[in-house]
Ligand binder design. Structure first.
Ligand code: SF4
Length: 359
């Protein structure tokens, strides 16, 4: 499946990662550790990176957190975003400390000279600012105008913050419009994509636990992504943030928006099943989770309909009585003993992945 064309946006550089200006959707997550606990934070970031996180954000609620930024930055490989609520001194410290992007709403910083200090510091270091509009914390004047959080109000809030930055000739902007109400979030992003030229950071906030939150996020962000909107995303879950990255990767694969991840095709099983499919599917899924090529691997319960049903797979196995059938693009290439079929599949997967990466 070809990449779904993203709405054209201005490209914004976050460290060595480009957000916007192209079809790719960059995966982000946020640490759950106390940022001042450098060891724990770095360890969590390493796990996130291994899972496929491309940009990581840390909270910066106080001086201790801001002081930890230089050391964290030194020890990690992916770009670091520092999240500040309104304290401009913390923002300046984070920028000075090597943040690759800060998340702060300029309208919440306060006096003009403080806003200017932050914007000038960001300009000097060449780092972007993300404006984070949240339906739950819209400005009073907007709430008074609309009565309650609406998509129009959220976009108006974003434009209000954008104008402050543009007036200071600052254009390295990323914007998010998060809501926990899925319909509201979809509407807000759709409206924003029409009028905002900057990359949009997608999120359904407070979406819930791993299972429920993944479904809610997939429903909301899926609708937005399917319209070609969004340049970066974070799945927000009450769970280990590594799970956020896994869900984001899976969602992007669904839309053909991940060029560096393998996909598993597995049958739902039925009375024709000839192998322990659920166990095998889980084992293969685990194995391919670290493969950085867009290979499609199929695991099917039987040979009757299997290979034909998974014609788009680059490689696959189907159970037959006492053995397995290895197939490529729907064509059977050889029979393999049941005991070794998963191992043989893994070898083939590695070969194809290598070929793809070298191309
Ligand atoms: Fe049933 Fe075979 Fe189809 Fe799996 S591949 S659902 S076992 S017919």
């Amino acid at each position: 499946m070809a990449l779904i064309h993203r709405k054209k946006t201005r490209p914004v550089k976050v460290g060595n990662v480009m957000v916007g200006g192209k079809d790719e959707v960059v995966i982000q997550s946020m640490t759950t550790t106390k940022t001042h606990d450098i060891e724990a934070t770095v360890k969590e970031i390493e796990r996130l990176e291994e899972a496929g996180c491309q940009i990581v954000r840390v909270a910066c609620p106080d001086e201790r957190a801001a002081n930890a930024i230089p050391e964290i930055k030194k020890r990690i490989n992916i770009p670091l975003v520092v999240d500040i609520h309104f304290n401009y001194r913390l923002a300046l410290k984070a920028i000075e400390g090597g943040a690759d992007k800060i998340r702060i709403n300029p309208g919440n910083i306060g006096k003009r000279d403080k806003v200017e200090a932050v914007v000038n510091a960001a300009k000097e270091k060449g780092i972007p600012i993300r404006i984070g509009v949240n339906a739950g914390s819209l400005e009073r004047h907007i709430l008074e105008k609309y009565g309650y959080p609406t998509a129009e109000g959220m976009v108006e809030s974003a434009l209000h913050h954008i104008k402050i930055l543009e007036d200071l000739d600052f254009h390295d902007i990323v914007v998010s419009l998060k809501a926990s109400d899925v319909k509201l979030a979809i509407e807000a992003y759709e409206k924003a994509a029409e009028v905002i030229p900057y990359p949009l950071h997608l999120g359904i906030t407070e979406s819930g636990t791993l299972f429920a939150g993944s479904i809610k996020s997939a429903a909301g962000m899926g609708a937005i992504l399917s319209k070609g909107i969004g340049s970066t995303m974070r799945i927000s879950l009450s769970a280990d943030p590594v799970e956020e990255v896994k869900v984001a990767k899976e969602l992007l694969k669904t839309f053909g928006l991940a060029s560096n991840a393998a996909t598993l095709i597995s049958c739902p099983t039925c009375g024709r099943i000839e192998i322990d499919l659920i166990k095998i599917a889980n084992e293969v899924e685990e194995y391919i989770s670290t493969i950085k090529a867009p290979i499609k691997v199929a695991v099917l319960g039987c040979a009757v309909n299997g290979p034909g049903e998974a014609r788009e797979a680059d490689i696959g196995i189907a159970g037959a009585r006492g053995e397995g059938l290895l197939f490529r693009h729907g064509e059977i290439i050889r029979k393999v003993p049941e005991e070794t079929m998963v191992e043989e599949l893994k070898v083939e997967v590695d070969k194809i992945a290598e070929e793809m990466i070298q191309k």
